[in-house]
Design a binder for this molecule. Structure first.
Ligand code: BG6
Length: 471
């Protein structure tokens, strides 16, 4: 048993959760920058502009903007062969609709990419990770077709600028969040109508397809992937009603992947839109754009599975997609209430591969937990090691038993960063600890946790070490 040769090992971060420096070198605010600190119990609010009396975690984050060099060095020390990060659109086109790109923004990402290439780390770049520029508010963010053009222009700038340096591109982080966390996905408030949300999803799907085509035109070696929030679900009971309701949930989530992988809206979605009397702003050429813009591979995040049934309909909107109306009593939960289900990863890989037959890559998986220093001055995060190990054992089964082509495994996140759902720092994911608290106070010093050495050894053995530990 082992992982394929050339399997990509690494980790992933996003600009708004990692970089900080939210107004430095010409950058302007994005939708992530108007979300103050929340908590386990209290959802993050969205302020229409920046309120001086509130604390916004993304403004400083873990100051990756000034620490990236050392951080990538540490990734190299762990043996990473891939690093997924996102480019902040608002560093490149600060308002989103600017005439010309901001050179300082390009320079910053040049340095990140060069640092990766220096260490033979494959950069995997997300074009939008929960951070639409606030300057696009006047158009209604993603509810406008104009935003499609601005996004394609932004993507084109990057595809040309980084030609031959970056090969792997992801268009929208967790595009299916438009159904559950539309503000993060595209600046759409929860209170907006279904019709606005469907329209915004449509425009993102269109924009993604245009970028796929463009990326292939610019360089035939470019590979563009979709990025799916791994919402996989089990039926709450074996009743036919719960099974059908569960299937509905799964289809609602997978519809985004259907469009990106198969190049057209699936019939069930068209029927649903018809029933709800939602008219998408179709134009005659759109069908061709979608069918020409099929992705090369599917990337996804995986943290948990859901349990769904007749109670699920009507609760998923606006609740992070987590509250489905049921609790799976077979699964333990993380400190943040996320069900832990390593076998669900194998289940999810099978769902995606059966449906699309495209190469897959896990671009986020990890455990958010409170880390404490032991008297020896170390953080012994064995819970994190155990979490990752159990997921990797299932991933390996999906490869060797089920025959699924998996390109790589990237953890979320190799270094502590701001939590997207709560804004907390205390919910830590990293192999590298960052000394900063929920309120942005600390030295920003980087400290290796036990998991750092464990992951390093694992990569060194191309995963074989997992089985030695099991024996
Ligand atoms: C994914 C997002 O949904 O989950 C990341 O792509 C996010 O941005 C990650 O950080 C973990 O969620 P959280 O809320 O614990 O940060």
């Amino acid at each position: 048993m082992s992982f394929p040769k050339n399997f990509l090992w690494g980790g992933a971060t996003s600009a708004a959760q990692y970089e900080g420096a939210y107004l430095e070198d010409g950058k302007l605010p994005s939708t992530a920058d108007v979300m103050p600190l929340g908590s386990k119990k209290h959802k993050r609010e969205i302020t229409n502009q920046i309120n001086k009396n509130k604390f916004y975690p993304s403004h400083t984050a873990v100051d990756g903007y000034h620490h990236y060099q050392r951080d990538i060095e540490l990734f190299h020390e762990m043996g990473f062969t891939a690093y997924r990060f996102s480019i902040a659109w608002s560093r490149i086109y600060p308002h989103g609709d600017d005439q010309n790109p901001n050179q300082a923004g390009l320079d910053f990402y040049d340095k990140i990419v060069d640092q990766c290439l220096k260490y033979n780390i494959e950069p995997i770049v997300t074009l939008q990770h929960f951070d639409t520029p606030m300057g696009l508010k006047k158009y209604g963010f993603w509810a406008s077709r104009k935003t499609v053009d601005f996004f394609v222009k932004y993507a084109q700038t990057l595809l040309i600028h980084f030609n031959n340096k970056i090969k792997y591109w992801l268009t929208f982080n967790e595009i299916n969040n438009m159904s559950t966390m539309p503000w993060n996905a595209g600046g759409i408030k929860n209170e907006e109508s279904e019709s606005v949300k469907e329209k915004a999803a449509y425009f993102q799907l269109l924009a993604s397809a245009k970028v796929v085509r463009l990326a292939h035109e610019i360089n035939s070696n470019n590979k563009v992937g979709m990025m799916y929030n791994g919402h996989f679900s089990y039926p709450a009971t074996c009743s036919p009603e719960d099974n059908l309701a569960n299937q509905d949930f799964q289809k609602e989530m997978l519809f985004y992947a259907d469009v990106q992988a198969r190049g057209a809206y699936p019939k069930f979605k068209l029927k649903e839109l018809e029933r709800e009397k939602i008219n998408l702003p179709f134009r005659s050429n759109d069908k061709k754009i979608l069918s020409d813009g099929k992705v090369d591979f599917i990337s996804f995040s995986y943290y948990m599975t859901h349990t769904c049934g007749v109670r699920t309909k009507g609760v998923i909107r606006g609740l992070n997609g987590l509250e489905t109306g049921y609790i799976n009593r077979y699964l333990k939960k993380s400190e943040w209430g996320w069900p832990i289900d390593p076998k669900g990863l194998r289940f999810g890989l099978n769902v995606l591969y059966d449906r699309y037959q495209l190469p897959l890559i896990i671009v986020e998986n990890g455990l958010g937990a409170v880390d404490n220093f032991s008297p020896d001055g170390m953080i012994h995060d064995n819970y994190r090691i155990e979490y990752i190990k159990q997921h990797l054992l299932q991933l390996e089964k999906a490869i060797s038993y089920d025959g699924i082509p998996v390109m790589g495994y990237l953890t979320w996140a190799p270094i502590d960063l701001v939590s997207a759902s709560t804004g907390e720092m205390n919910k830590r994911y990293g192999f590298i600890y960052v000394d900063v608290n929920d309120h942005g106070k600390g030295s920003f010093k980087r400290i290796k946790k036990s998991s750092f050495y464990w992951y390093q050894n694992l990569i060194k053995s191309n995963g074989d070490r997992l089985f030695e530990e099991e024996r």
